[in-house]
Design a protein around this ligand. Structure first.
Ligand code: BYC
Length: 306
């Protein structure tokens, strides 16, 4: 057994300077980069509502949440860099479509209720998916995830609280909350990825201790967590097949439309083009800042040498 294999077998952490198979490194770069891109692109749907938040309190909460997402992106890009890839390469891979980001951020935020629903469902799904990543075999990713998960749990609670206020508000507010939940429910289930029978990376990622639970296991865990919360909210979930199975102690749910997931991941979702165009414009707008920082750093080096 190599030192890498024995470390994995013992459940020990792999650190940046440890020997690791190239495929392990490439898999981590793929997943961590996709995760980082999701955080950064994920700022857009909610960010669009910062100027339209209905009160100062809601605006302050939303600003803090979107800033947290930028922070998560930075921790994750930094974790990916420990694997020997430059951040500029990762940005380039995102902007040219060579690397992905989560399907969920290709849906529009049509009303204020979408913001609460993203907090409740999307951050809820993120927590279910990410808590096991705190025990992932690669040290920098696992440690980054601990802090991210703490912040995600605040994000989910603020979403729940915002949605509860709408659900208990006027009939119009209640209807707006229900409409948002109807639109975000199925895309949230898609966040967990393709079914286990069609998940090419799962076997290896599980053997390497990157993934701790399968896509379908986590999807089921999410449904079981959220159904009772929907009851507290007084909102229904748009699935006529939802039924509690006493034998399994779990909720049965209807079929997820994985064709839609494939289409959205392939670039054909409602907002794919808009999200990338916005990101490209931000990259272009920031070019002068990066150039100024580069010139300043070079000047400091010259002064130090003189
Ligand atoms: N969307 O073999 P599979 C957040 C791709 S942001 C797009 O199962 P794997 C937040 C997959 O990449 C949280 N692509 O793959 C931020 C692969 O394609 P490639 C985002 C998807 O990696 C702001 C192919 O399908 N969370 O919380 O074993 C505001 C086959 O899939 C998706 C993360 O990034 C998808 N939904 O498992 C609010 C979590 N699903 O690379 C909230 C970290 C699958 O071969 N990532 N694909 O071309 C993971 O846990 C895993 O990568 C996944 C997929 C479970 C997503």
């Amino acid at each position: 057994m190599t030192s890498f294999e024995s470390a994995i077998a013992e459940g020990a952490r792999i650190e940046p300077r440890d020997a690791m198979p190239e495929d392990y490194r490439a898999t981590l770069i793929r997943q961590i980069a996709q995760h980082a891109h999701s955080e950064i692109i994920g700022m857009q749907p909610e960010g669009a509502w910062i100027t339209r938040a209905p009160s100062l309190r809601r605006k302050a909460i939303l600003l803090a949440k979107v800033q947290d997402e930028a922070g998560h992106g930075l921790y994750l890009y930094a974790a990916a860099e420990t694997l020997g890839v430059a951040r500029s390469e990762l940005y380039d891979a995102l902007l040219t479509g060579r690397q992905k980001y989560s399907s969920i951020f290709n849906y529009p935020t049509l009303t204020w209720a979408d913001v609460g629903t993203i907090g409740w469902l999307v951050d809820g799904a993120a927590i279910v998916n990410q808590v096991p990543l705190c025990r992932c075999s690669y040290g920098p990713y696992a440690r980054g995830m601990v802090r991210i998960c703490k912040e995600e749990s605040f994000h989910q609670r603020q979403g729940f609280e915002s949605l509860l206020a709408l659900s208990n508000g006027t009939p119009g507010q209640h209807a707006m909350a229900q409409d948002a939940v109807n639109r975000w429910w199925w895309p949230s289930l898609m966040m967990f990825g393709p079914p286990d029978t069609d998940s090419p990376h799962s076997a290896r990622s599980t053997a390497w201790g990157i993934k701790r639970f399968s896509n379908d296991t986590l999807r089921q865990r999410f449904v079981d967590m959220v159904v009772p919360q929907a009851e507290v909210l007084g909102l229904s979930l748009p699935d006529p097949d939802l039924r509690f199975d006493e034998g399994r102690g779990s909720w049965d749910f209807g079929p997820v439309d994985f064709t839609e997931l494939r289409e959205v991941v392939a670039g054909n979702g409602p907002c794919n083009a808009e999200r990338l165009a916005h990101r490209r414009a931000a990259e272009d707008d920031g070019a002068w800042v990066r150039e100024a920082a580069r010139v300043h750093a070079a000047k400091q080096v010259r002064r130090g040498a003189a």
